[in-house]
Each structure stands twice: as C-alpha cells, then as structure tokens.
Design a protein around this ligand. Structure first.
Ligand SMILES: C[S@@+](CC[C@H](N)C(=O)[O-])C[C@H]1O[C@@H](n2cnc3c(N)ncnc32)[C@H](O)[C@@H]1O
Length: 256
C-alpha cells in the first residue's frame, strides 16, 4: 500500500509513546551498528541517533514516500536511509541492535521472520520490537463488517494479523536468547475531533480498502464504517473519544 507521511504523522504523539517505552527497556550500552526496520518518516530513528550518537544507524523502509519525508527532515550524516523490503532484507554485517517500532506486523510468517532477525545479530546483540496487537478491536471488526457488500474486492485486502501472542514469541526466541523481555500494554488513547478512529485507521489498515473502491461505493463503505465506529467508540461529553489500543513489546538479547 502507499504510505502517506502527513496522514501518519497526524497522531505522532500516540505513535511515539510506545517507541519511547520500548527504547527505555533496551540496555545496550554502545551498539555500533543499528538498523531501524520500517523506519517510516524517521522520527524514532532520530531518537536512536540521539541516544547512541557514535553508532552507524540505518533506517530501512520499503516506502519511497516515507523515506523522502525522513530524508527531508535533514539530519546531516547521522542516519543512512535505505529503500528495501524487509521480507528479503538482511544487514550487510551482523547488527548490534535491530529496532522496529510499529512495522513488523506488515510482514507475514513471524516464526521465520523473527528467527531470521535474531540470526542477523552479532553476539550479545539486541532485537527490540513493538507491534500493535489490536486486531480483535472494533476498529478492525467494524472494517470487516462494512466491507461485506464489496467482499469480492475488499475481502482479500483484509489481511489476517500475523502477530502472535506473547508465548509464541517466547517460544521462537527463547532458544537464542540470553535475556528475553516480552510484555503488552493497552494505551487508553484520547482522541479528539470528528471520526477520530477512522482518521487513525485511514493512514494504516483502512488505506488499501479505501483505495480499492471509488465514487459512490467508496463513499458508502466509508459512511458505514464511520457509523459503526461512532457506535463502538462514542464521543464523551467532554468531546474526547477513547480508543484503547493494545501493543506487544519484545526485547531479546542473544548470547555473547
Ligand atoms: C506504521 S509505520 C511505522 C514507522 C516508524 N517505525 C515509526 O515508528 O514512526 C510502518 C512502516 O513500515 C514500513 N513497512 C511496511 N512493510 C514493510 C516492508 N515489507 N519492508 C520495509 N518496510 C515496511 C512502511 O512503509 C511504514 O513506513
């Protein structure tokens, strides 16, 4: 799907918080080679550069639009940006830190992917990942319900989440790990304005479905989805809309 940097950054605060929570749990002192997988517009990559200024840091993403926004933010030589599909990417040399915030849920076969990532770490290296685990929430189930009249076109675009439960990642990573920290947090996100949950999903899961329809069909699909969301996430008397959002965190350090 085509990522829109300006849409994505509309909720920058809510999207940055889990990255900061993940960063806080990484105890690597001086990782020399760091890769930010699915770096997007580079907001978090720049935080990595600030925390480890001596490291060689590469932001990897498959979206030219997101990388253009990352490059446009102007960081001098602090970060290298690389256009690549993570499904086939491997670091040119073993990495000391593989970091990924809100990106790996776009890739399938997590058993294979996570084994491949830990195998790409240098001895003592760290894999640190945050992914949404919110697929059973109304933000997704309402999308599937609203898609029913156009199921031939939209059904195949409703991708089942590849994200497993915490025990799944434990079982995949434990044989390789010297230290393993896995946890979930549900953030009670306070959104404002009209149809805020639709505006949230529009820059992520909704985008391929909205792109697949046009004209009256698109309008009808979005209107039905918006109505379902308004019922599932009613606006409070103070004008805010509560959007609980569960995220899964993994920090795995491999053996020396
Ligand atoms: C939700 S954004 C997260 C961006 C950034 N990590 C952040 O925290 O702001 C997801 C990013 O993953 C990238 N992405 C999705 N699938 C990818 C793939 N197969 N290879 C590389 N990047 C991918 C998208 O282009 C997008 O920039």
């Amino acid at each position: 799907m085509a990522w829109d940097p300006s849409d994505y950054l509309k909720f920058a605060d809510h999207r940055l918080r889990p990255a900061l929570d993940l960063l806080a749990r990484i105890d690597a002192r001086a990782p020399a080679r760091i890769f930010d997988l699915g770096c997007g517009t580079g907001n978090v990559t720049r935080l990595l550069a600030r925390r480890w200024p001596a490291a060689a840091i590469t932001g990897v993403d498959s979206s030219p639009e997101m990388l253009a926004a990352a490059q446009g933010a102007g960081d001098g030589d602090a970060v290298r940006w690389l256009l690549a599909d993570l499904a086939a990417w491997a670091p040119p040399a073993p990495a000391d830190l593989l970091f990924s915030n809100a990106a790996l849920h776009w890739l399938d076969d997590h058993a294979g992917l996570f084994r491949r990532l830990v195998a790409a770490l240098a001895p003592g290296g760290t894999l640190a990942v945050q992914m949404p685990r919110n697929h059973a929430a109304p933000s997704h189930t309402c999308m599937a319900a609203a898609a029913r009249p156009w199921w031939d076109r939209l059904g195949p675009l409703l991708r089942p989440s590849p994200v497993g439960d915490p025990a799944f990642y434990h079982d995949v990573l434990a044989p390789h790990a010297a230290a393993l920290d896995i946890w979930e947090s549900e953030y009670l996100q306070l959104l404002t304005g009209d149809d805020p949950v639709l505006r949230w999903t529009r820059s992520t899961a909704l985008a391929p479905l909205a792109e697949a329809l046009d004209g009256a069909a698109r309008d009808a699909f979005l209107a039905d989805y918006a109505a379902r969301l308004r019922a599932a996430y009613p606006r409070r008397p103070d004008g805010t809309t509560l959007f609980p959002f569960r995220r899964l965190f993994i920090v795995a350090r491999v053996r020396e």
